[in-house]
Design a protein around this ligand. Structure first.
Ligand code: IMP
Length: 210
């Protein structure tokens, strides 16, 4: 029987990507299957901290409310790191354009506009950047420290958005070895080369080797 993996996301697209990479020995569920599970505020200072926070909160909620002790609980957090900005937007990627009067996540378009503004005047070789993804994997029903997997995708920030695919900073991010942005390259290329795919491959190797 397939091992259950509950993913701390309501994003069906992310869940499909994870299910495809894990394969048929694992059966993924998401927060859509547990609509009463509370949303966890990402208050940690690192991607790994937020991923662990989300995974352990869901382990706790599933145990208390669903008597769920089977398989794994998985949570991820990701972000963009730009060298010329000392690693910003980093853990604040989803709310980069937020102001004091407007906390919380901000629209992709505003985040992208802020990024271009902050990088204006920077030459190509100063626009190196990478997407990072951290996945926390915890045993359902147990409160132990989760296993952490890191994924990375190197590239650079171009000067104007290109392409309609993907989300977030994809139209501005040109992955290493490509002339097009993730926004232009589309899902099939991205799902093989992304930071999430890198972390997921490590996670799968770990699960299979156990
Ligand atoms: P999350 O933790 O996966 O929800 O990602 C946090 C933020 O990082 C998103 O809101 C995006 O702004 C950015 N981000 C993460 N992954 C990607 C990606 O694959 N493409 C573009 N932006 C991303």
């Amino acid at each position: 029987m397939a091992t259950p993996v509950v993913i701390a996301t309501g994003n069906a697209h992310k869940a499909e990507e994870i299910q495809a990479l894990l394969g048929p020995d694992f059966a993924c569920r998401t927060l859509a299957d547990f609509p009463d599970a509370p949303e966890v505020e990402e208050t940690a200072r690192t991607l790994a901290g937020n991923a662990a926070l989300k995974a352990l909160s869901l382990v706790n909620w599933l145990k208390q409310n669903e008597d769920w002790n089977e398989g794994w609980v998985l949570a991820d957090d990701s972000g963009l790191e730009v060298d010329a900005l000392d690693g910003a937007p980093g853990v604040r990627s989803a709310r980069y354009a937020a102001t004091d009067s407007h906390a919380g996540n901000t629209p992709d378009q505003k985040n992208n506009a802020k990024l271009l503004h902050e990088l204006s005047g920077q030459r190509k070789h100063h626009r190196a950047a990478r997407f990072r993804c951290v996945i926390a994997l915890a045993r359902a029903g147990q409160y132990g420290k989760p296993e952490i997997f890191h994924g990375v995708c190197e590239g650079q920030i171009i000067e104007e958005p290109r392409g309609e695919n993907g989300f977030g900073y994809d139209p501005l991010f040109q992955p290493e070895g490509h002339e097009q942005t993730f926004g232009e390259l589309g899902e099939s290329v991205k799902s093989q080369n992304s930071h999430r795919a890198d972390a997921l491959r490590k996670l799968k190797d770990w699960l299979v080797a156990r």
